[in-house]
Write a protein that binds this ligand. Sequence first.
Ligand code: FES
Length: 183
Amino acid sequence: MTIATRPGSSGPAGAAVPAVAAGRVAGRHAPWDEAEARAIIAGFDGVPGAMLPILHALQEAFGCVPEAAKPLIAQALNLSRAEVHGVVTFYHDYRAEPAGRHVLKLCRAEACQSVGGTALHRDVLAKLGLEWGGTTPDGRLTVEAVYCLGLCATAPAALLDGTPLGRLDAARLDGVVAEAMAT
Ligand code: FES
């Protein structure tokens, strides 16, 4: 696996990320559409174990699993809404709201903590004005926690839009964030 170090993206140590631009970035996903959701769900008619594939397909289409989709899924799978809700909330990858254009997943597990990850994370969240799971007001960046990416040898580690990043320090993480916020 290649661990990206993003040469040229690192800013000076302690550099602040760019100010959030005015205006929200256009979303990558379609707005909620009940007819489309029903069609997606119907596509799994008769498929054993359809719940997770349906949730995945809905999130692919809408960027999240909208609350309004839960009764449709429940009806199609002959389950209660509570059962559907329980599955959606059990898996952290299913979102209630669409993520930002870019998703930065910072590893909070032990190996990354032991080499300064906690302070690194605290600083980047403070600079962005976000809590874990939050999205910048312009919709460009969502910052999420993960617990071990299998990149412990290159801790502190992260994923940006699925690309692994290792040996992060403040300057490199600022650079990664600045790059994501610029696109
Ligand atoms: S603990 Fe962070 S990648 Fe394993």
